[in-house]
Design a binder for this molecule. Structure first.
Ligand SMILES: Cc1ncc(C[n+]2csc(CCOP(=O)(O)OP(=O)(O)O)c2C)c(N)n1
Length: 347
């Protein structure tokens, strides 16, 4: 089972395939994928030095995350993320230094800018899907053109929230695209025990299309996501996209996958690496080689180090920040607690 694909694992175009994403767009996609991988490495190193909070790498899933988000128009569309979609957030307008600020515990400096159409990262599995459907339904009621792309993993798709969100989205024909990234592991729980059925086929029961795509093929993910966004924008309702991919790393920086991954699993995942596949395709198109790669990597390294330096200079979080940005008009109880905290801080 591979799902819909345009490129084979060696980067060859399948017979008769005509990619919707041209070489220029594919190079842009590859650049986001390389940025993601470089960020993973930097974030992991920072965590190992004790300077960074817990981080969930995207490694292996870059084509699923980047290919889907490239179907969005950041000036009208929204993203409701989970916690493993870093390049999608940055492409959508989240400044890289603010991403760093979040992992550095810089509090308010990590705030999503008001004009960026992003919900915050969500770690409570699948709860962002309810918000995504409400937001999408609201946009439709206001006759706004926006579409909401909501991400979750195959583990999260076993939560009741996933099913409630899909059901409501179907009934309201909400302009939402559910991107279910099936990386085959929910921490140490394998996909085989999440469901006895095919995940993408659940959509049928909720009255909208479900598609399974090779999540290691940027061109295929982009095409499927673009069609889903177009349907949503045209008022034709939601789509569920299941991206078949691999988590090529640990669940997060607190996990040791060697304790539970079967022998050879990571090596197999690396053979299907989405970056290598796209590089081979673009090299055959004559728009990518070692020289271009080295130049792009140098540019990315500079971008990442610059953003990190900016974030390190940002003010640390203050305890009272905890009370802000939750209520427009905080209830009396919280105001009292804030006063109490400030009183104590002054002791
Ligand atoms: C409601 C809820 N239950 C359990 C957890 C603990 N938890 C955090 S991540 C995770 C695995 C999620 O796997 P999946 O949805 O496949 O996404 P992935 O991490 O593989 O991207 C679990 C069980 C949680 N965060 N929220």
């Amino acid at each position: 089972m591979t799902g819909y694909r345009i490129l084979d694992p060696d980067g060859n175009l399948l017979d008769g395939a005509r990619p919707r994403l041209g070489p220029e767009g594919a190079v842009e996609g590859l650049r986001w994928m390389l940025l993601s991988r470089a960020f993973d490495a930097r974030a992991t190193a920072m965590h190992r030095q004790g300077r960074f909070g817990t981080y969930s790498p995207v490694r292996g899933q870059e084509a699923s995350v980047v290919g889907s988000s490239m179907a969005l128009d950041p000036t009208v569309d929204w993203i409701a993320p989970s916690y493993r979609e870093l390049p999608a957030l940055v492409r959508h307008g989240m400044p890289l230094e603010r991403v760093f600020a979040g992992y550095l515990g810089r509090g308010k400096a990590a705030r999503i800018p008001d004009e960026v159409r992003l919900l915050p990262n969500q770690v409570a599995l699948a709860t962002q899907l309810q918000h995504a459907v409400g937001l999408a339904w609201g946009l439709a009621l206001q006759r706004k053109p926006g579409v909401v792309m909501a991400y979750c993993g195959e583990g999260a798709s076993s939560e009741g929230d996933f099913h409630e969100a899909c059901n409501l989205a179907g009934v309201k024909r909400a302009p939402v695209v559910f991107v279910l990234i099936n990386n085959q592991w929910a921490i140490s729980t394998p996909r085989s025990v999440q469901s006895a059925g095919e995940l993408y086929r659940r959509a049928e029961g909720y009255g909208f299309p479900g598609v399974q795509v090779d999540g290691n093929d940027l061109l295929a993910v982009y095409e499927v996501a673009t069609e889903a966004v177009e349907r949503a924008r045209a008022g034709e309702g939601p789509t569920l996209i299941e991206c078949l991919t691999h988590r090529q790393s640990f669940h997060n920086t607190t996990d040791n996958p060697r304790l539970y991954l079967p022998e050879g699993w990571l090596e197999q995942a690396e053979r299907e690496d989405p970056i290598r596949r796209l590089e081979a395709y673009l090299a055959a198109q004559g728009v990518w080689d070692d020289g271009v790669r080295a130049a792009v990597e140098a540019e990315i390294a500079e971008q990442i180090e610059g953003a990190l330096e900016t974030a390190l200079a940002m003010p640390a979080a203050r305890p009272e920040d905890l009370f802000d940005d939750v209520y427009a008009d905080p209830p009396e109880r919280l105001r009292r607690q804030r006063e109490e905290l400030l009183g104590r801080a002054g002791d």
